[in-house]
Design a binder for this molecule. Structure first.
Ligand code: ADP
Length: 203
């Protein structure tokens, strides 16, 4: 198997690339989906979040109110640190378990991680890191125009993330998503061929 991390800023096209890789046969492990699983009732982060944030963390149906939690953590460094200290290890453990299920098989496993950091390489034994790159003003335009986000919300989210330059430092492969979807798909084809080669060479 080959394990590759996939990252990119919000609106860069990371989910689009994950879909394209999945269509070519990759197994995609999605950190955002796992983030939802671990905070669901019965999930490992549910009780710790309720203990730390109280009933204001809960929606009327007893689920964790993710937007409310995000609002509490926004601008409150201690709340953000506590939120991350509860959720990140839980998400990391599930990501690792799913990744290592494929150890020794012939799959190309893509770990879709919005905030991929250097420590993930070791912890998840990533063979490569793929960064989807897009100018922030174009990401903003797509988020507002295609994903119907409020401009101020989209801008704040982009500003809160690591910069484009910081992300590129850790990249083994960069996909340029400043063009059309077809331009992106062509790059994904070349990347996929390379990943298949690397996987075969590692066996
Ligand atoms: P991310 O997962 O990085 O936040 P998405 O993959 O959701 O980004 O892409 C943001 C929006 O831009 C989506 O609506 C997506 O369909 C659209 N999009 C992505 N790539 C392109 C492209 N090359 N041309 C036009 N729209 C695109």
């Amino acid at each position: 198997m080959l394990a590759a991390g996939l990252t990119g800023g919000i609106g860069s096209g990371k989910s689009t690339v994950a879909g394209m890789l999945s269509a070519r046969g990759a197994v995609v492990i999605d950190a955002d989906l796992i983030a939802r699983e671990v905070v669901a009732p019965g999930g490992p982060a549910y009780e710790p979040l309720v203990r730390r944030f109280g009933s204001s963390a809960l929606a009327a149906d007893g689920q964790i109110d993710r937007p409310a939690l995000a609002a509490m953590a926004f601008g409150d460094p201690q709340a953000l640190a506590d939120l991350n200290a509860i959720t990140h290890p839980a998400i990391g453990a599930v990501m690792a378990a799913r990744r290592f299920e494929h150890q020794g098989d012939g799959e190309i496993v893509i770990l879709d991680i919005p905030l991929l950091v250097a420590a993930h390489r070791g912890a998840l034994q990533l063979d490569a890191v793929i960064v989807v790159d897009c100018p922030p003003d174009l990401a903003l335009e797509r988020l507002v125009g295609l994903r119907a986000m409020e401009p101020s919300d989209a801008e704040a989210r982009i500003a809160a993330q690591p910069s484009r330059e910081e992300r590129l430092v850790g990249a083994d492969f960069v996909l340029d998503n400043a063009g059309t979807r077809d331009y992106l798909a062509g790059q994904v084809d070349s990347l996929w061929a390379r990943l298949v080669e690397l996987e075969a060479a590692g066996r």
